[in-house]
Design a protein around this ligand. Structure first.
Ligand SMILES: [Mn+2]
Length: 335
């Protein structure tokens, strides 16, 4: 399929690279690396990486502004569902390609390349470059390296012989400052560390290795962070002996939602999240609700589910038994 993707890239004069909302280093690295590779290979093409950026990812590169979608090719990276694509209207494009490593959710592009065994979208971009005539340089290699290191958290998640091999080959061929790239990726503000300390101190933990914390807007303001910060550090709570499943509930008054991020090192959690119109991976999931009461009900469901070591079928039964308000809410909403 890489050859087919390459041929489409070759065929179009204007190419737009997009990725998911809530930019993260893999999403941004994959789009910036592919943009730079296409520019390097085809200097006369107009190639743009679009979407809302964040100043904290300035070390990855810069994004572009562009609004003439006529006759353009769109490549969406790192995004399994159309509602999460960070671009105004994806239907304006003439041809669409998806390249992703998440579990399949829906088809919304003409060609879709999905490899759930890939560590990251950045790794898929690397494989595309390796297996076609797309060009690479040290800076593109650095960008890809950052994306892979971020999504694997320096190979804590999804280490695989293939990933080690392609990265080893890449960093052996294109020379850049590996240590500096990792330092750029792992530099973080003091406020975030303080938030992590606050969560560690205040996490409510039960005997079934389930932990949760509710961060209301006043907590977030007092700690000097924003509502996305808890989601950024939730992965840092993996590998704790007494914790197997954990949920951070964060009030986001700007968007008028309550965000629940859930992680697990054992029980499969995304089926429960999907019950509440959330989603994600088996061990990393999220749900958005409107009220703190709904959020508490979801936490209750997790507590029940984990206490009974429920299978998915049993968990569904738990949901039914509890007859939670939030299920009613969602049913009302879906009518
Ligand atoms: Mn990713």
């Amino acid at each position: 399929m890489f050859e087919e993707i390459y041929n489409q890239i070759k065929a179009y004069d204007t190419i737009v690279l997009a990725r998911h909302i809530g930019v993260d280093p893999d999403a941004m690295s994959s789009q910036v690396a592919l943009r730079d590779s296409i520019r390097l290979t085809f200097p006369n093409k107009k190639v743009y990486a679009l979407g809302n950026g964040s100043p904290k990812f300035g070390y990855i590169g810069t994004l572009d502004k562009y609004d003439d979608y006529k006759d353009a090719l769109l490549i969406v990276l790192d995004t399994p569902n159309v509602s999460r694509v960070d671009i105004p209207d994806i239907n304006l494009y003439k041809y669409k390609i998806k390249m992703d490593h998440h579990q399949f959710i829906e088809k919304f592009c003409d060609i879709e390349y999905i490899d759930t065994n890939a560590t990251s979208a950045s790794q898929i971009v690397l494989e595309l470059i390796n297996q076609t005539n797309l060009k690479m340089d040290a800076n593109i290699a650095r960008t890809i390296f950052i994306g892979i290191m971020s999504d694997t958290n320096r190979f804590l998640y999804n280490p695989s012989p293939k990933a080690f091999k392609v990265i080893s080959d890449m960093v052996g061929t294109y020379e850049f400052d590996l240590e500096q790239a990792l330092k750029d990726l792992y530099r973080r503000p003091m406020n975030e560390v303080r938030l992590e300390g606050y969560i560690a101190q205040n996490l409510i933990l039960n005997e079934n290795k389930f932990g949760y914390i509710i961060l209301m807007n006043e907590d977030i303001e007092r700690l000097g962070v924003d509502s996305a910060s808890a989601g950024n550090i939730i992965n840092n709570f993996s590998g704790i002996e007494e914790l197997e499943t954990w949920a951070f509930v964060t009030e986001d008054i700007k968007n008028d939602i309550i965000r629940i991020s859930i992680r697990s090192s054992g029980p499969i959690i995304n089926k429960i999240a999907e019950k509440y119109n959330g989603g994600g991976h088996k061990l990393a999931s999220g749900v958005r609700v409107k009220t703190i009461e709904e959020a508490k009900d979801i936490i209750k469901t997790f507590i029940e589910m984990i206490k009974r070591e429920a299978t998915i079928e049993e968990a569904k039964q738990v949901l039914n038994d509890l007859n939670l308000e939030c299920i009613k809410y969602n049913q009302e909403k879906n009518k």
